[in-house]
Design a protein around this ligand. Structure first.
Ligand SMILES: [Zn+2]
Length: 366
C-alpha cells in the first residue's frame, strides 16, 4: 500500500474503490469509523491494558495515515492534536483512512511518566517490537503489526522531556525522499534532519516503507493551545498534500530551515551547578555574544555568578524550563541559520512587532 503516495494527489485512487481497514479481529468498512479499545498487554491483576484507537475509513479510496501520540506517557500536547483530528474534524469527504492513536503508552500515561513504569522501558525505543520478547516489545509489536504496518504515512507527536520545552519542529530523515515530502508538507518552520535512534516509531516505520516523521512541540504535562493549533495546521496540510482532503490546500509556513549536520547547532550545557535565571525563551532569535542565562548560587554572590552567552547567532529551538542545573545539564538548544533564513525570520519578527501581518508569524506566537 505504500506506493500510493508517489502518485500526485489528484490521481489517488481515481480508478479504485475504497477498501475495508482490517486489524486483528476487527474491520472498519469504507464510510465508517470506529472507536476501539485494543488490548496490548495485561496488568498485575490480569486485567487487559487497552489502547484507544479511532479508525476513520473514508468513502473514497486514498492513503492510510496514522497519527500517534504519548509514546512517552507524559507528553500530552499530541494527544489533543490526535483527538481533535479524530473527533472534531469533518471527514465526510475523506479520501483514504486515518488511524488515530492518541495514547500509545497507557502505563506511562496513567502514571504521568515518560517511560513504561515496568523496568523504566522506553516504548519509543522498542519498535517494531517482537512477540515473545520483553513486555515493552510485546506492546510495541501489537501496535506496530495492527495499526502501523497497514499505513502509508505516519505522524508521531512528542514534546520536550520534562523540565524543558521546545518550539514546534519536525524531525525527519530528509535523505529519504518520501519522508522529506511528508516533513515539508507538515509546514513547520524548522526541520531537524536525521533518521532518529534505533527503535523509535518513526525510524522503524520508515524502515518498512511507511514514511514517518516526529513532531516535537512544547513541554510535557501541558496542553499548549497555540502549539496544538499550529500542529493541526500541519496535519491539515499533510492531508491536503496526499489528497485525503482534496478540497484543502497545502500550507507554507513563511520560512523554513532544514537543520542538518552542516548547520551550527548545539545543546549549550551548564558548566556550573545552581539556579538558572533564563533570559531568553523558546523560538527566540539570539545574536552571538548575547546573554542567554545567568547561573547563580542561593546567595547570588557576585563571584559565583556564571553568565552564559550565545556562541553564535541562532534560533532557540529548545530551552530549560525547570530553573535548576547540575554541571553538564542542558540549558538551551541553539541552531544556526543561513543568511537567507535569518533575513526571512528577522523580517517576520519585525512585521509581527509592527502588527502588520499576523498570518505568517504563527511560530513566533508560541
Ligand atoms: Zn517523546
Amino acid at each position: 500500500m505504500s506506493d500510493d503516495i508517489d502518485e500526485p494527489p489528484d490521481s489517488n485512487g481515481a480508478d479504485r474503490t475504497a477498501e475495508p481497514f482490517t486489524y486483528n479481529g476487527g474491520r472498519v468498512d469504507p464510510g465508517e469509523s470506529a472507536n476501539i479499545r485494543y488490548g496490548i498487554s495485561e496488568t498485575y491483576l490480569g486485567d487487559p491494558v487497552r489502547i484507544p484507537v479511532t479508525v476513520i475509513n473514508g468513502e473514497h479510496p486514498g492513503p492510510t495515515v496514522f497519527l500517534s501520540a504519548a509514546a512517552h506517557g507524559d507528553e500530552l500536547n499530541g494527544i489533543e492534536v490526535v483527538r481533535e483530528v479524530a473527533h472534531d474534524w469533518d471527514h465526510s469527504n475523506l479520501h483514504g483512512t486515518l488511524i488515530c492513536l492518541p495514547v500509545m503508552n497507557v502505563h506511562g500515561f496513567l502514571a504521568q511518566e515518560r517511560y513504561l513504569p515496568i523496568y523504566d522501558r522506553d516504548l519509543n525505543r522498542s519498535f517494531p517490537g517482537r512477540e515473545g520478547s520483553t513486555s515493552a516489545r510485546r506492546m510495541a509489536h501489537q501496535i506496530f503489526t495492527n495499526f502501523i504496518e497497514p499505513c502509508d504515512i505516519g505522524l508521531d507527536f512528542h514534546t520536550s522531556t520534562r523540565g524543558r520545552t521546545n518550539m514546534l519542529h519536525v524531525r525527519a530523515n530528509m535523505e529519504n525522499q518520501k519522508v522529506a515530502r511528508v516533513a515539508k508538507a507538515f509546514s513547520s518552520n524548522v526541520i531537524i534532519a536525521g533518521e532518529g535512534p534505533s527503535g523509535t516509531l518513526r525510524r522503524e516505520a520508515t524502515a518498512v516503507g511507511i514514511p514517518t516523521i516526529t513532531i516535537e512541540m512544547g513541554e510535557a504535562h501541558r496542553f499548549q493551545r497555540q502549539l496544538i493549533d499550529r500542529a493541526l495546521t500541519g496535519v491539515a496540510s499533510v492531508l491536503a498534500e496526499f489528497g485525503l482532503h482534496p478540497e484543502s490546500s497545502v500550507h507554507w509556513p513563511g520560512w523554513r530551515t532544514i537543520i542538518d549536520d552542516d548547520n551550527e547547532k548545539t545543546w549549550i550545557r551548564a558548566d556550573a551547578g545552581g539556579i538558572v535565571d533564563m533570559k531568553r525563551g523558546r523560538s527566540e532569535l539570539v545574536k552571538e555574544g548575547e546573554v542567554i542565562c545567568v547561573i547563580t548560587n542561593p546567595f547570588k554572590e557576585e563571584e559565583d555568578i556564571v553568565t552564559v552567552e550565545a556562541p553564535f547567532t541562532g534560533l532557540i529551538v529548545g530551552v530549560l524550563e525547570n530553573p535548576v542545573v547540575y554541571p553538564g545539564n542542558p540549558l538551551c538548544h541553539l541552531v544556526g541559520l543561513t543568511p537567507d533564513t535569518l533575513t526571512a525570520l528577522e523580517r517576520e519578527r519585525t512585521m509581527e512587532h509592527a502588527g502588520s501581518d499576523r498570518r505568517i508569524s504563527e511560530s513566533a506566537l508560541e
